[in-house]
Design a binder for this molecule. Structure first.
Ligand code: CTP
Length: 413
């Protein structure tokens, strides 16, 4: 079972794609249809919309489609990309990396298995240009479902007819990407520093690079989660497949995290949120040097992680994970934060080390949970992210199992 993207291109076999959708649905799969502009000359989008119960994607530049960079988010969600029928033109574009519509862009972004079912005139199919393009696609791992032979719509007889519905569906089912550990889960990660503006040119900030949070977001997205990355100013390239919400101050981050937490299965607060901000907000004019000393009055910000802990209360979700940047008594102080903020795990960093924590490429940490502590040895931040996300996956499975047991206990006997 999984989400399959079906690309329909402009050939007479397009009407048979409707049957393919039905067959895939009977196998328990969910199908999202993408039509090239020429496909719409052969079959109406309403037919696909009615049977898939999803909007058909026809335009890469439709209003709204780019807000979520749809071809990127769909690319990570799907378990397979099927192109049926595939015309010589689309096969040529796929083989040469031309991305001038939604389907051909999706092909370049997705890492899901690709199945191509060609359908065209016999001479076109046998032309060395088409044969070479199909060979290039096969060499890159795509599976080509050989067309059937027989009487073609163009009046010729020979190979070129779209393979049978059963053969196409079987080819897809045999190649579905296995469900990744976080498929269907929503994970919110905060990352980077916050900047508390003093005046139009100055701010109070910190040395967080954002790398740990970005590594966590990339790792969760790589395992199939839908990831929202709430990032303070850090100038890092967003990991593919994540939705980035850029914020500046602790107050902005608080608002964005609380908004996103409502839908999340897990929230990981890797951001170095300012604990204090200018008491009266930023001055509207630049502060000028008039006296020898200056006193700034700073007020406490909201502790976002603690607010999440209070808001969740006794519920099981979202799983809450925090960080603790410490310079002494690392585990004891992290444990105190775990209890005070009512969260499930604290990743404690000894920031007095030069090879770990703020600004470093590597990290070492101690995972502090109610049940005990685990040391994570010095390694790349992506490596540490892998260990943390493994732990998160385990916590989500534990909660599912506990819920299932509870439901069974309440079933009438
Ligand atoms: N945090 C937060 N909101 C804040 C400050 C911190 O959500 N206003 C989160 C951080 O993202 C981190 C955790 O709380 O996950 C711990 O942050 P840290 O700065 O180590 O500890 P504090 O609780 O701020 O305590 P102190 O600075 O006194 O050590």
């Amino acid at each position: 079972m999984g989400l399959i993207a079906l690309g329909v291109t402009g050939g007479i076999g397009a009407y048979k794609a409707v049957e393919i959708v039905r067959r895939l649905q009977q196998g328990g799969h969910d199908v999202v249809t993408i039509m090239t502009p020429n496909a719409r000359r052969f079959v109406g989008r309403l037919t696909f919309e009615a049977i898939t119960r999803r909007p058909v994607i026809v335009d890469q530049f439709a209003p709204g489609a780019n807000a979520a960079v749809e071809h990127v988010s769909l690319a990570t969600d799907i378990q397979a990309l099927l192109v049926a029928p595939a015309t010589a033109n689309t096969i040529g574009k796929l083989a040469h990396g031309i991305a001038d519509d939604f389907l051909t862009s999706l092909y370049l972004v997705t890492r899901a298995p690709v199945v191509i079912a060609p359908a065209m005139n016999t001479n076109m199919y046998e032309h060395p240009a088409v044969a070479g393009n199909l060979q290039a696609l096969r060499a890159r791992g795509a599976h080509v479902v050989a067309p059937g032979e027989g009487y073609l719509a163009c009046g010729w007889t020979g190979p070129g007819r779209l393979a049978s519905v059963e053969d196409v569906a079987a080819a897809v089912e045999g190649r579905l990407r296995p469900a990744a550990g976080l498929d269907g889960r929503r994970v919110l990660v905060s990352a980077g520093p916050t900047c508390e503006d003093l005046d139009p040119v100055r701010f109070v900030g910190n040395r967080s690079s954002g790398r740990m949070g970005f590594a966590l977001a990339a790792e969760a997205a790589g395992r199939g989660a839908r990831v929202v990355l709430v990032a303070g100013p850090c100038g890092l390239e967003p990991p593919s497949g994540t939705e980035v919400v850029s914020v500046r101050s602790a107050a902005d981050m608080h608002a964005a995290v609380m908004r996103g937490a409502v839908e999340a299965d897990a929230v990981i607060m890797a951001a170095a949120v300012a604990d204090y901000t200018p008491g009266d907000g930023p001055r509207p004019q630049k502060i000028v040097k008039e006296s020898e000393t200056i006193t700034l009055t700073l007020a406490r910000t909201t502790d976002i992680l603690a607010a999440l802990g209070r808001w969740r209360g006794g519920r099981r979700l979202p799983v809450l994970i925090g960080f603790a940047a410490e310079t002494r008594d690392v585990v004891a102080r992290a444990r105190a934060k775990l209890e005070a903020k009512r969260v499930d795990l604290i990743v404690a960093n000894d920031v007095s080390r030069s090879d770990a924590g703020f600004g470093a490429e590597t990290n070492a940490a101690t995972l502090v949970a109610p049940g005990g502590t685990t040391d994570v040895p010095l390694q790349s931040k992506r490596g540490v992210a892998r260990v943390i996300i493994d732990r998160l996956q385990g916590m989500l499975v534990e909660r599912d199992t506990a819920d299932a047991v509870r439901t069974a206990d309440h079933e009438p006997s």
